[in-house]
Every structure is written in structure tokens, then in C-alpha cells.
Design a protein around this ligand. Sequence first.
Ligand code: ZN
Ligand code: ZN
Length: 343
Amino acid sequence: MKARLAELERRAEEKGLDAVIVASPANVKAFSGVDCDSAVLELRERRGGGWDAALYTDFRYAPMVRRLFPRLEARDIARFRPRGKRIGYEGSVAHSRFLKWEQKSRDGEFVDFSEAIAEVRAVKTADEIARIRAAERLACEIWRDASKRFRAGMTEREMARTIQRMMVERGDGEAFETIVCIGANAAECHHVPDDTVWNGRESVLVDMGVRLGGVASDLTRNLFPRPSRLYRQVYDLVLEANLAAIAAAKPGITGRELDRVARKVLERGGFGQAFGHSLGHGVGYEIHEAPFASKKSKSVLKPGMTVTIEPGVYLEGNLGVRIEDLVLITETGCEVLSSSAAK
Ligand code: ZN
Ligand code: ZN
């Protein structure tokens, strides 16, 4: 984490900043280790060179910060006032909060520094990698155990509840709302589980992630007891796209190039139009974070980053297939963290 802060400071210097304000809970956690929903991490360049870090938080969290992070100076958030001439901040901060900062700052120029913050954070520490690996492994175990309990007559909601219960018992609950789609419902990428009843023959798509040790996981798998010829054809093609992208995921490739690898497979198979979303996203403290693998993404993949590989084909009123694996970029390629087989 110290190295991560140092990298952010280096980037701040590159951009001519003399202060950085980090305020979103996930970023505060990623750059300080402190897990609380009301805090500001302030980095200030020292006159003689080097940087100081201070954490502003309120009465509820101050004792925890002092106990767990004695090296971080804990200050009262009510007294926070942006200092510095060029202040980097997260562009996504609430407008009302930003206006207050602007008011309190003395002629500071605010510079959107979100991209650098997200990029630096995207390279995970060894400890974060271990936790993400464990969370993804647990998601795979829960998928295997829960899907074995799916019976004809169950509704999507009941299937989702089976998964949710296991997530609460074995992990820290859902990382996001579990998606369960029976048959043609899978043509809606983010279908909300409803009272559709499973006849035991239709396909079932499940997109799920368990939270464990402060991090998220993400996995999409499909059951297809009696696939139609079209379903089989689409499934094989989506799997081919997924495997091609996994084979291509390595340091140096951009998010756009990676997205292109999978998209090309689907286009060649005649289903390019039916893949309307991006290929993938990073997973860590948040379920969707940098790097992004999309048509436009310029993110360059680096060792230590996680990214999902989730191509899909959606034919409205008919079927939907998405196969999602979470991979970790290594020095030479990638390691697939999703242990449950897609086929
Ligand atoms: Zn997912
Ligand atoms: Zn995903």
C-alpha cells in the first residue's frame, strides 16, 4: 500500500499537483487501508520535497483509525479545508461536496485526477490478490453447490435466494444483486429475478458474486439441460470468444484490443450485433472498477490487475448466453481465477 501511495504521489507530481484529495470510500480504503464511509485522505506536497498524508474522519471512526493506523494522522473531518494551489480530486464527488470544498479552499485550482487514482488502484497488492482469489473461489463453490439444488418448479427468485443464503453463510453476502434468468429472460443482460418457473429443461443463466474479506467476486455460468441447436451453436461461439480473450489477456494489451479479440469471434460467427455490452471490468473493493475492457478503453493491462472476460449473445424473446471468468494479469499472460468449468 505504501508503494501504491508513492505511485500516486509520483503521478501527482507529473501533473503539477501539490495536493490530492481522496474521498470515495473505496478509494480511501485502497490508498489508506481505512474502511469507513466518511473520510478524506489528503496528500500534501512538502516544501522541501516528499509528501504528507493525513486522514480526516469523524468521531465514530477516529479511535479505530488511531488503533489500526497509528502512522496516519487522524484529524476531525469537520475541520477539513482543501489546501494547495493545484488540487487533484475525484471528478465523481457529489457536486454539493465539491462546492463546499471550492468555497473553503483559498484560490486552489481543482484538477480532475480520477483517472490516475483509478489506474494506480487497479494494480492489486499481494494481499488484495489473495483475497480476490479466495472470493472468486468461494463464488465458484457456491455456484456448484447451489446449482445442484435447482429443481423443476423453482422460480428465479427461489434460485437467487438459494445462492444468497449460501453467500451469507459462507462469505459476507452478495457483492451485487444476483441475476438469475430462465430461458428467454437471459436475453435481458441485467434481468431481475422474478416468478418465472423453471421447467427443468430450459437454460438458466446466473451472474453472481460473493463479497469476502472486503473484496468482491464476479462469475457468470449457464445450465442447459436440453439445449436447442441454436442455443448450442451460440454457447460454443460465446465460449470460443471467452477463451480467445483469455488467451490474449497479458501485460501491454489495451482494454480496447482485448474487447476486440472477443468481439471478432462473435462477429465471425454472425452474432456481433447481439453482443451489446463491453467485454469486462476490474474487480476489487468494488464490483466494477478499472481497468475496463470496452470498445473505447485505452487502459493498458499490467501485472496485478484483475479483469473479467464476459462475452455474451442476446437474442430477444429467444435466448441469452454470457460466460464470465475473472482473470488476474500476470507477468506473462493471465491466471483464470474462476475455477468452475464453463462447460
Ligand atoms: Zn457478472
Ligand atoms: Zn462482470
